[in-house]
Design a protein around this ligand. Structure first.
Ligand SMILES: [Zn+2]
Length: 176
């Protein structure tokens, strides 16, 4: 995997912790649909709708990848895969989280709400308000899962870079 750092613009560089922060932030972007609910006094009124679909994962990740491609040396494909994995991991986690109404996974092609039937996570109970111990448990478990996905992504990149370096060194004759 080609390194995403540094950027093209002098004086502006995204360091790796920021890159990880960005990817982790992208993993919670689907839940920003609680903001309009917060404004109207009902956190759950807009939650788990359009932002929790595969279509949103593709479209939002593609748009963000286009922007990030302009400010970094990473390819559009690399950005898209990284962002889609983060966004998609959120949708996947919500899919396997206890829910009473399911997700609009295939919106707008199918308006059916899908449930996995297997609940691996507790989820967020917006009826408990913003501050709840259960929310912390959910946040930590989902971030851990996303961190695992991001770690695998970077791990694959390291292996590819090491393989490339190994092949490059094999081409250089050793002279003494
Ligand atoms: Zn969610």
């Amino acid at each position: 995997m080609r390194r995403c750092l540094p950027t093209r613009e002098p004086g502006f560089s995204i360091r790796q912790p920021w890159l990880i922060f960005l990817l982790l932030f992208w993993a919670i972007v689907p839940d920003l649909d609680v903001i309009p609910g917060f404004l109207v006094g009902d956190l759950g009124s807009f939650h788990n709708n359009l932002t929790h679909s595969l279509t949103a994962a593709v479209v939002f990740s593609a748009l963000a990848a286009l922007i990030l491609r302009c400010i970094s040396r990473c390819s559009l494909t690399t950005w898209f895969i990284a962002l889609f994995l983060c966004y998609g991991s959120h949708v996947l986690l919500d899919f396997v989280t206890y829910s009473e109404r399911g997700l609009l996974l295939l919106w707008p092609f199918d308006l059916k709400r899908y449930e996995s039937g297997v609940a691996l996570f507790y989820g967020v109970r917006w009826s408990e308000g913003l501050l709840s111990y259960h929310h912390l448990v959910t946040l930590v478990s989902e971030l851990a899962f996303t961190g695992m996905v991001v770690g695998c992504f970077f791990g694959m990149g390291e292996n590819k870079a090491a393989l490339h370096q190994s092949r490059f060194q094999q081409r250089i004759p050793v002279t003494q």
